[in-house]
Design a protein around this ligand. Sequence first.
Ligand code: SF4
Ligand code: SF4
Length: 381
Amino acid sequence: MIYHLITTPECNLCCEYCCGKAFDEPESNIKFESVPQKPTYSMDELNSFLARDEDKPVSIIFYGGEPLLNIEFIKKVMDSQSKYKTVKNWLIQTNGILLDKLPKEYVNKFHTILVSIDGGKEITNKNRGEGTWEKVTSNLNLIKTSGFRGEIIARMAIEEPANFYEDIMELINPKETGKNMPQGFKFASIHWQLDANMWHDYKKRDFTKWSIKYNKDISKLADYWVMEIKKGNLLRLYPFIGIINSLLFEKKYYLRCGSGISNFTILPNGKISACPIMSGIKEHYLGDIKTAKPKLLPFKLNIKEPCISCEEFELCGGRCLYSNIRPVWPKKGVIEVCESVKHLIREMKRISPVVEKALKDGKIKKQELEFLKYNCAEIIP
Ligand code: SF4
Ligand code: SF4
């Protein structure tokens, strides 16, 4: 199993699509309880819970807010492994600002670091604040030179008016944009997630028009991706490798973020939820680390219609458990999001023979398409 550990609900940035919305559009129909600013459970309580997991050693994803605002807790959890042997893989999802504050002996233990970034300098600083892009890219270069050998995944949150294709290219190949943009850090792994049907903001947005352009950009990116594959360069674009893997190797794959199945979140008060976004929603808590049995947690919350009877359920898996059980967009918006998922799947079916041939010709290897399942890259944007 994979567990998100929320080290603190606090954040040190105020990004446009997150904090801006929280102030402008407070969620009205969901009751949130506040959770403590720091974990209140002990290392014994945490590790006894993890030791009861029959799949141990498990994987831990440090998460927030901004997880690095509580570096002492991260160190304490990692240090506790000299006594308990419950964790195999360490991951972190961070905005990257404080990565230079975590000593390298801890950083270098991470299997994966997911860094929130929106594209190049201009768009990232516009959304996250002046100087963010410079600090984050400099920290990533620093950890590489300090010996980090794991995977760094750029994790983008996408919504209008983002120029999806251009923003991705600024991360992987700025020359492709035709602009004279600095790259800062060369990303080889990228995941993106649509900010859609998460907040009751559909009427204020122009998702209808934007999603048409987004779908065209997905096709353009798919063409670029296969062009690179033919040259032997496999870019780890998670939505692409996730679906291609299913098409070529493993067909069935229920809810690809794994939330509520193999992926759970431990809140600072020790309560367990299916995913980080459900923090503070008491009615969706699945248990408490003091008493819960990990094997009894899965499938307490399940994907419902319209996904179960959807023709793409096997490949999409239901996209997002949270949006499925608490849809906040009207039906029209939900259909538009699903259209984007179906377009992505169609495009992957279109290019999968080329990927298959590249595998047969030895241009790329099957292992390059593999990944640690439920590593915070939800696969379906
Ligand atoms: S495409 Fe939409 S309806 Fe179909 S499984 Fe995915 S989220 Fe559900
Ligand atoms: S995709 Fe999965 S992890 Fe992401 S918000 Fe939805 S349920 Fe949670």
